[in-house]
Design a protein around this ligand. Sequence first.
Ligand code: 9MR
Length: 456
Amino acid sequence: MASISARGGLLVAAATAAALLAPAVSGAIVARDCARPGAACTIAETARRAGVHFGAIASSGQSDAERALLAEHFTSVTAENAMKWGEIAPRVGNYGFADADEIAAFAETNGMRLRGHTLAWGVMQMPSDLASTVAAAADPAARMSELLGEHFGTMVGRYGARVAQWDVVNEPLEVAGTVLAKNVFLDALGPGYLGLSFALARALAPGASLYLNEYVLSWPSPKLAALRTLVGDLRAGGVPIDGVGIQGHFYPFFPLPDRATMEQELRAIADLGVEIEITELDVSSWHFRDDPDPLARQAAFFGDVVTACMAVPSCRGITTWGIQDGDSWLDHAPPFDLAAPNDPLLFDRDLEPKPAYAAVRDAIATRAVPFEDEAWGVFRRVGKLRRDGLLRGPSVRTARRVVRRAAQMLRAERFADACDRLARGVRAANEATGPAVAEAAVAITALRLGLLCDEA
Ligand code: 9MR
């Protein structure tokens, strides 16, 4: 069912403004319907149309060409390392912001969402003197709370205006276990470090989405049940967890789950009432090493992961943990380096899209509403407004007729013709009378905006 409400307030506001003007009919319409499988759209274009995010990581070592791919094909950025506590402050309080600043500026310049990764990760990449500083304090728990508060305050103070989503806590559970991982925060504060971290983040970043990010969840396992219990209990206790990040590293040497299983797992977490994202997706080619067409198999698996996410309404985004195969952590981290080259990403070493790219794009497209369906929705809406007596006059008939014609044009991929009809539809709606004139004009204008009718 078509809906323009999903497009968000900004677009509707823009449509309202545009509806006041008589729309110009453009001669050079380039719109493609990204909701169609096989459309000539980038992943980023398709993701925007589907209302989801598709991201990748940024690091200071990336080339200009890699950054160009990031900006063109992705909608969201996560700093691979630069925002981790020990990377940005190798010693407690000793901050060097250059790399994180650069990545935040890159995201902003390119209109991309920024995920903040990560505020509290107690296992790796911490300031080298964090544990000793806390241990030396007269009251280690108080000192750790204070340091967490200072660190969160520093990070949210500097990046909060740009970070839409924070991985507040990363990997709180043991690798494949059901208990909290032993770490510097648990040592000092006990399990209460989780509640404290989210409460701090909420107070500092009231508008951001707060995530708990966890790994080794992609297979049915007791860890998944433990995560559900953990998140459920924390939320029941008032801890402000908005979302759960499922990392989605499909390492070599571990079996791959099937699509139905992945979907079940995502639903099991979404059923807690949280939003979810797949935050660190990569798929080692090791899995397909004996296949006659490894790239096709890898593409099919990527498609399955993304399809599973798209099938679960609370699954709002996906981030791949890298851009191109030549730059993946898997090739350097034991034991996964034994499978190098893992080639786990969407672009190859020549920065060309792999078959997985199109598989991902088409899977995302399943959540986008085709323009044609949207046009039929507008057609029905205008009809209802007329029946309800809210839209009156002879031009209503014209508006309905041209919108119906536009829907037919869209089915035939005659975008310029559809834009032309929709422009007439806006004019006709504006010539009607009754309290719903603006609503009808906005609905038709919103469709024109989605189609990029006025862009060359
Ligand atoms: O990709 C990151 C790699 O460069 C670092 O050496 C590594 C150190 O821990 O962290 C990698 O990113 C991890 C992420 O921050 C959290 N989930 C697991 C990721 C892969 O190890």
